[in-house]
Design a protein around this ligand. Structure first.
Ligand code: SAM
Ligand code: SF4
Length: 331
């Protein structure tokens, strides 16, 4: 089939697949205080997800990243990974996770076809981390998950750190030291306004440029050419140390021009862009007896309406954040 192309000529290559909206953490920048969970019957089965993936692969989408909520909260995730990774044409299956169940699940998931993992770690201070994620006694489990992922050979193992001013922006160099010692890739993410508690404010946003400046006070960095479609700008250490750092500047410097992502929510909505409010209900077709061709056409038409980009939107006064909090879209 023809590739999946939007109205601006951008081609979809990567799928962000949210397998559940449930989460055992309550990160203040993500989860509402009183989350309303999607009813179980509305959540796609692994077979339904795999069917959409098969259709997307036929349109040249080849990389799948599992997300959530917390993907490891979904029962038998390894079955879902196996189903998806076995689809001919799927080149990579990766996952973004809070890491809590990773140590116990990593080997099974790798066996099922998971290749790489990104673990969210927002502070290296146990108490602060647990305050951010709203759960006690979880820090060491997340670190165990990171170590286990590396030990069993998931590759790459990356760390996502959402930086918020006045909270963890004093730890940037500590994360840099961690990456230099461990070889992990640290990705500093700008705080985005999809937080379920509506705490987002521009004063709490730490621009990626400020993060890089801070690191450059101590280390010489070499900026790598950005991979087309990537949201991250990656820097290596000029002194040859292991690991690397990246900034994901979705707010101050989004790379919408060559965006190659499409999203499928756990409740079966195609979301062409995290920042737009548009979503398209593919579940209705999946459960209504539609053929693969009809579903492909529906996805094609939905994706064609993909929003141009966020730059002008963010600068505009009165920006209205997405109605869905982050845990229901997949980050
Ligand atoms: N539960 C998993 C986790 O936390 O890694 C996967 C889902 S989470 C929604 C995906 C990514 O989005 C995580 O790295 C998380 O830290 C990040 N995230 C959540 N809320 C955010 C926000 N308001 N701004 C920027 N990133 C956010
Ligand atoms: Fe859960 Fe991830 Fe959201 Fe934190 S960011 S509340 S771990 S879904």
């Amino acid at each position: 089939m023809e590739p999946l192309v939007d109205g601006f000529g951008r081609v979809a290559r990567k799928l962000r697949l949210s397998v559940t909206d449930r989460c055992n953490f309550r990160c203040d920048f993500c989860m509402p205080l009183h989350p309303i969970w999607i009813p179980h019957k509305e959540i796609l089965t692994y077979e339904e997800m795999a069917r959409v993936v098969r259709i997307l692969v036929s349109m040249n989408v080849t990389k799948v990243r599992l997300s959530g909520g917390e993907p490891l909260m979904r029962r038998d995730l390894e079955k879902g990974v196996k189903l998806i990774s076995s689809i001919p044409g799927v080149e990579t299956v990766s996952m973004t996770t809070n890491g809590y169940f990773l140590a116990e699940k990593a080997a099974q998931l790798k066996e099922a076809g998971l290749q790489s993992v990104t673990v969210s770690l927002h502070s290296l201070k146990p108490e602060r981390f647990e305050e951010i994620v709203g759960r006690k006694d979880v820090f060491s489990k997340v670190l165990d998950g990171l170590r286990e992922a590396k030990k069993i050979g998931l590759h790459p193992v990356k760390i996502n750190c959402v930086v918020t001013r006045g909270c963890n922006d004093d730890e940037i160099l500590d994360f840099v030291e961690l990456s230099r010692q461990s070889g992990f890739s640290i990705r500093f993410i700008e705080y985005m306004p999809f937080d379920g508690r509506h705490l987002w404010d521009v004063s709490r946003l730490v621009p990626g440029s400020e993060i890089i400046e801070k690191i450059r006070e101590k280390y010489r960095l070499v900026e790598l050419p950005r991979e087309p479609g990537s949201t991250a700008v990656v820097y290596e250490y000029a002194d040859g140390a292991d690991g690397n750092v990246a900034v994901i500047t979705s707010m101050t410097k989004p790379f919408c021009g060559d965006c190659d992502r499409i999203r499928l929510t756990a409740d079966g909505k195609i979301v062409p862009c995290l920042f737009s409010r548009d979503e398209y209900d593919v579940k209705k077709l999946l459960r209504g007896g539609a053929s693969d061709e009809e579903i492909a056409l529906f996805i094609r038409e939905s994706f064609r309406k993909k929003f141009a980009g966020v730059e002008t939107l963010i600068k505009a006064k009165g920006f209205v954040p997405h109605v869905r909090p982050m845990h229901t879209i997949g980050g």
